[in-house]
Design a protein around this ligand. Structure first.
Ligand code: PEP
Length: 233
């Protein structure tokens, strides 16, 4: 199997000692895959000691460059830690923080301008899917969340109904959406939503799936390692 991108989104979980334990184990892992961990902002400074095969990313960045925005973290600050990636437009940001496609596009632009690779999340809700609107939603999100001038970025297709639910689309559904996205934009396309050590190998063998974005299973070291190794078969 060709090189895959395996990214963990730790959300509001993790600690210095947890990341340290991941470093110790990952240092021994031989893989051609690109491994990314997106821990909370407070751990990003640990990127300077990460094993060679691992890069850190942030889970969000401010829409603003700098200034009076209490609590925000800018893309420049993230880049200064040595982090290489930033997730933008995760459905939890869109839902709990009312982030719109336009805001996501602005964050992706600021991230790229500061040397970060944005991982832009898109995906339909359960209602969209039931109404047969999946591809319309994807088209609109790509049109308005992905800035036209962007050249180095990653798309994460994350059906909202699959995140943290244990329910995943069929392989045919994943292939059809990924193939649709691939025809629209030239970028690696990750699948995200209830990926675990049992289904990761199969999901990553689907056409136009460049890797996975993992939430819950990325917090369990053994599961994360087994997902990394699942492409070796
Ligand atoms: C996510 O939140 O990006 C995600 C994919 O979560 P989970 O793997 O837990 O479904």
């Amino acid at each position: 199997m060709q090189m895959k991108i395996i990214a963990g989104n730790w959300k509001m979980n993790g600690s210095v000692s947890m990341l340290q334990k991941f470093y110790e184990k990952l240092a021994d892992v031989k893989t051609n895959n690109k491994i990314i961990i997106c821990p909370p902002f407070t751990l990003l400074n640990m990127g300077t000691n990460s094993p060679k095969n691992l890069d850190l990313g942030a889970q969000d960045c401010s829409i603003n460059e700098n200034g009076a925005f209490t609590g925000d973290i800018s893309a420049a600050m993230i880049a200064e830690t040595g982090a290489k990636y930033v997730i933008v437009g995760h459905s939890e940001r869109r839902i709990y923080h009312n982030e719109t496609n336009e805001m996501v596009a602005k964050k992706a632009s600021i991230a790229a301008a500061n040397g970060l690779i944005p991982i832009i999340c898109i995906g339909e809700t359960a209602d969209d899917k039931k109404a047969g609107r999946t591809l319309d939603v994807i088209n609109a999100q790509i049109k308005t969340s992905v800035p036209a001038e962007l050249s180095d970025f990653i798309i994460a297709y994350e059906p909202v109904w699959a995140i943290g639910t244990g329910i995943i689309p069929t392989s045919e559904e994943i292939e059809s959406v990924h193939t649709h996205i691939a025809a629209l934009i030239p970028a690696p396309i990750l699948y995200g939503g209830s990926v675990n050590s049992n289904n990761a190998g199969q999901i990553m063998s689907i056409k136009n799936v460049s890797g996975v974005l993992i939430g819950g299973a990325s917090l369990k070291l053994d599961d994360f390692l087994s997902i990394i190794k699942s492409t070796d078969n």
